[in-house]
Design a protein around this ligand. Structure first.
Ligand SMILES: [Fe+2]
Length: 414
């Protein structure tokens, strides 16, 4: 018996080492067939089907449009519905459970249990059929930051027999032959007769998931099926995730769960908030002042009387919606300002509202905005974005800001 256990242990160690070395060589892996996460993925898939149905119907009713045919005439309304679904998964116990189980499985398969990884809350994509706005060209998830480890776990909540993503194996290593040839080919159009196949586009079953190195070249493909498809992404990093709340994997494990959300109620609430911001005028191109904008935005937020989970969901949905629009338009600046004041959920909105102030206000107003926001949320990620705004516009947006601010990292659930 002892011999059997010892043999089993040695075999497990060999499998682990093989899995890890294969991943390190290729830069990606397809976890398939009976993964530890299969049950929780199935639960999330059922939830997704209910949410898609409810949210698209509610948004369609609110605008008096039929959203079941995803035509160009209903793209705006579909984008609102997509943002709501993505925000629902952002603060969802099952999505968090999925992050926990997939991460634990990856760590155990690769023998990296001792390493500390940071995660950001679930980042979900909704691909409606033929929706070109969700398609992206070959890219990396992390650029230039080669001192840190960065992995993406991609979990589709539906079977995908339409090759939803394309990966270019081995392109995650700087100065590797695969990467050099890959870049050369893309620049010249010439195909080198080595390293076939150069790219790979797997089909996936429900319960499968992919993991790739953040530096691997990959792309999200058009949804050519006739059903909306949803996939949830998790980032794993050796340093806290920039621009987003970030906790260590252990903290995610220890974190409690929230109850079920009232999807119809949340959708109606979000639509009301969206209209309120549209009809407000606390930022207009002719009048851009930091303190009065913040004061009036805060008063609007108070009038909604939101619980903290609702604030995070609304904030995230507003940011995602604003990302599809021109950030230098005053209405979009109002959306972005409300989003960051509700919660520091996804700081893309802070970047954008900073750019709007740079374009339409005095430098001193941009500084006041940054200072007021940093005083409210004194987190490393905020300082990091403010530094980026400073660099981009070659001005000191926050005079006196220390170059290095200590973590604590803004936690996942706080
Ligand atoms: Fe990506």
């Amino acid at each position: 018996m002892a011999n059997f256990a010892a043999n089993q242990f040695m075999n497990d160690m060999k499998t682990m080492a093989k899995d890890r070395s294969e991943f390190l060589a290729l830069g990606w892996h397809h976890f398939s067939k009976d993964t530890a996460a299969a049950d929780v993925i199935e639960r999330c898939a059922k939830k997704k089907a209910r949410w898609l149905d409810t949210v698209f119907n509610e948004v369609g009713d609110a605008f008096g449009k039929d959203l079941s045919n995803y035509t160009d005439e209903v793209l705006v309304e579909c984008n609102i519905a997509k943002s709501i679904i993505r925000a629902l998964f952002r603060v969802d116990p099952d999505a968090r459970g999925m992050a926990r189980i997939t991460t634990a499985e990856v760590k155990s398969r690769y023998g990296t249990e001792g390493e500390t990884f940071y995660s950001a809350p679930p980042y979900t994509y909704v691909h409606i059929p033929q929706d070109a706005s969700e398609q992206n060209a070959m890219h990396m998830d992390v650029y230039g930051d080669y001192d840190t480890e960065h992995y993406t776990i991609w979990v589709p909540l539906n079977p995908c027999a339409h090759k939803p993503v394309t990966v270019a194996p081995r392109t995650h290593k700087e100065r590797s032959l695969a990467k050099t040839l890959f870049i050369l080919e893309r620049r010249t159009g010439f195909e080198f007769p080595v390293y076939q196949p150069r790219t790979h586009s797997p089909d996936t079953e429900l319960g499968d998931y992919l993991i790739w190195d953040g530096r691997l070249h990959h792309a999200g493909n058009l949804n050519t099926s006739c059903q909306p498809h949803v996939a949830v992404n998790f980032k794993l990093r050796s340093l806290p995730v920039e621009m987003e709340p970030s906790s260590t994997h252990d903290e995610v494990l220890a974190d409690g769960t929230e109850g079920e959300v009232d999807v119809t109620g949340f959708t109606q609430l979000y639509l009301r908030i969206f209209k309120d911001i549209e009809n407000s005028d606390f930022i207009t191109d002719g009048s851009v002042t930091a303190y009065s904008s913040i004061y009036n935005a805060d008063r609007l937020i108070d009038s909604w009387n939101l619980a903290s989970d609702e604030k995070r969901r609304v904030s995230f949905a507003l940011t995602l919606g604003a990302m599809r629009r021109d950030k230098l338009v005053s209405e979009v600046a109002r959306i972005n300002l409300i989003a960051i004041l509700l919660a520091p959920e996804f700081l893309w909105s802070l970047n954008s509202v900073g750019d709007y102030f740079f374009k339409h206000a005095d430098e001193s107003e941009l500084s006041k905005l940054c200072l007021a926001y940093f005083e409210r949320y004194h987190y490393y990620q905020i300082a990091d974005v403010l530094r980026k705004i400073s660099d981009r516009h070659a001005i000191e947006v926050l005079p006196g800001l220390k170059p290095a601010i200590e973590y604590p990292v803004y936690g996942w659930a706080k």
